[in-house]
Design a protein around this ligand. Structure first.
Ligand code: BES
Ligand code: MN
Ligand code: ZN
Length: 494
């Protein structure tokens, strides 16, 4: 979809619709000519401009057919998260009414980037597999123009949101299409399209080099693969940032098979990996626009596997000697994410990055702790956690810090027969014990642990129903925008 900036007077716009934002009870601040037209309709429908309220007004005498007024709610509460949310609602309404060419005046909504993000995210739809396509289709757009907007920010917003939509598409794609064999092909396509380095390791390599990833994935017909994607700026990079994604294309639980209500939707267990690909999609688009980072090098690491029961599956009681030499007793084959990520974190650490961020749909316990809209954020470096968390407040990707409790909880993941168990002794604090398991595989650089954060996205990676800027149930693309914003801010600071 084409997103552009329109620098002329809205009155001469040619298209289908023009949209203005308003604060609650702030209608009088609309341009005079607009107010005159809108007022009778607003009174008639008791439109106040509450958050998400939308008023449609047919007009004549212009080269467009209708004006929409979108409520932002209380003036003092408006911020970029509100602007993004309302813009997404506007997008859905405009598509529903079959508008194809529209102009959006972002003046009152303040933040051009958030408006552009909301518009693109709110237009999302996944009807690829429907033989009769949905009526409100994002392909309904011909052009979206913004006015009173910062052009660079509009473009950045579009790029970030399109990358998030790309991640949503991947997450929503079913496990009979995306599996450990086909997922790496998508990574390769991105690399070829944008000129990134990519290294894809075949199952033989995984069997030899990543015993944990191999164990988890060996029961599937499509055996595990490993992907390493690299973005390098033109000049010398000052920092290296690594992103690690959990890539279970389907998690049946393995021999510890999940009951039916928990198995459904487990195609989403690849959400972390899909977010990593989304980051590279955004970097690629920024590169095409000449806006890509110049000071930071970005590495993406993904272990892809399918957790299936079968004659070749790994078993409870197995002991695996991991890539870093630590031994893991398998207590439950459904706690597989941490085993795959252990080896991938080791590999990522061997590349000596300055930071590691992992994103994983790791535990149901995290959803129990924080609810389904908030990710758990953990880390071995408080400054790093703080920096990342602050950025997430601007992107509206909700996160909340949970502790790594070395003092009292480390013994939870001890095993009688191996260095570690893949399951806590008690059910309590399951998100924490999983994160502490991962920490065992974060390596050192110059004698110090590499600053690392772990984001448990089991809740927010998937929407059971539409909310905020997620217009459809399904994959949300959570994590992509915060990651890219972090990259851009590190690029600025180096
Ligand atoms: N992929 C799941 C975690 C999950 C649960 C993600 C719900 C998204 C929504 C993970 O591999 C898993 O199965 N975890 C188990 C761990 C248990 C066996 C200790 C869980 O959360 O029940
Ligand atoms: Mn599992
Ligand atoms: Zn899983």
């Amino acid at each position: 979809m084409e997103v552009k900036v329109f620098n002329e007077d809205w009155k001469i716009f040619q298209g289908d619709a023009v949209v203005f934002f308003t604060f609650e009870e702030g209608l009088e601040e609309l341009p005079h000519e607009v107010l005159e037209k809108v007022k009778p309709f607003a009174q008639d429908e008791n439109f106040k401009g509450k958050k998400g309220e939308i008023l449609k007004v047919p007009v004549s005498g212009y080269a467009f057919k209708r004006i929409y007024i979108a409520g932002l709610g209380k003036r003092e509460k408006v911020n970029r998260n509100v602007a993004r949310e309302v813009s997404a609602k506007v997008a859905q309404r405009l598509l529903k009414d079959k508008n194809k060419i529209v102009l959006i005046d972002v003046k009152k909504a303040i933040c051009s980037q958030a408006c552009s993000e909301g518009l693109v995210l709110g237009s999302y739809n996944f009807d690829k597999y429907k033989t009769k396509k949905d009526e409100e289709n994002s392909k309904g757009w011909e052009k979206v123009y913004f006015t009173n907007a910062d052009e660079k920010k509009v473009i950045l917003g579009r790029v970030l949101a399109e990358a998030q939509n790309f991640t949503r598409d991947l997450v929503n794609t079913p496990p009979n299409e995306i599996n450990p064999e086909t997922f790496p092909q998508i990574a390769r396509e991105i690399a070829e399209q944008y000129g990134f380095e990519v290294d894809i390791k075949d199952p033989c390599w995984v069997e030899r080099e990543m015993p944990g990833l191999w164990a988890v994935g060996r029961g599937s017909k499509t055996k595990p693969r490993f992907i390493h994607l690299i973005y390098k700026p033109q000049g010398e990079a000052k920092k290296k940032i690594a992103f690690v994604g959990k890539g279970l294309t389907f998690d049946s639980g393995g021999l510890n098979l999940k009951p039916e209500q928990f198995m459904k939707t487990m195609k989403m267990d690849k959400s972390g990996a899909c977010a990593v690909l989304g980051i590279f999609k955004a970097l690629g688009e920024l590169k095409k626009l000449g806006l890509a980072p110049q000071n930071v090098e970005i590495h993406g690491f993904v272990g892809v596997a399918e957790n299936m029961p079968g004659g070749e599956s790994y078993r409870p009681d197995d002991i695996i000697k991991m890539r870093n030499g630590k031994t893991v007793e398998v207590a439950n084959t459904d706690a597989e994410g941490r085993i795959t990520l252990g080896d991938v974190l080791t590999y990522a650490s061997e590349q000596s990055p300055d930071y590691i961020v992992d994103m994983a749909t790791l535990t149901g316990a995290c959803v129990v702790a924080l609810g389904e809209y908030t990710a758990g954020i953990f880390g071995n470096n408080e400054d790093f956690v703080h920096t990342y968390w602050e950025i997430s407040k601007k992107t509206g990707e909700r996160m909340w810090q949970l502790p790594l409790d070395d003092e009292l909880m480390r013994e939870e993941i001890k095993s009688e027969v191996a260095d570690l168990s893949n399951l806590g002794k008690s059910r309590y604090g399951g998100a924490i014990t999983a994160a502490m398991f991962l920490q065992e595989f974060v390596g050192q650089k110059d004698g110090n642990p590499i600053p690392w954060i772990h984001i448990d996205i089991a809740g927010p990676a998937w929407a059971r129903k539409p909310y905020k800027w997620n217009p459809k149930s399904g994959g949300t693309g959570f994590g992509v925008r915060t990651a890219v914003e972090f990259i851009l801010s590190e690029d600025q600071n180096s």
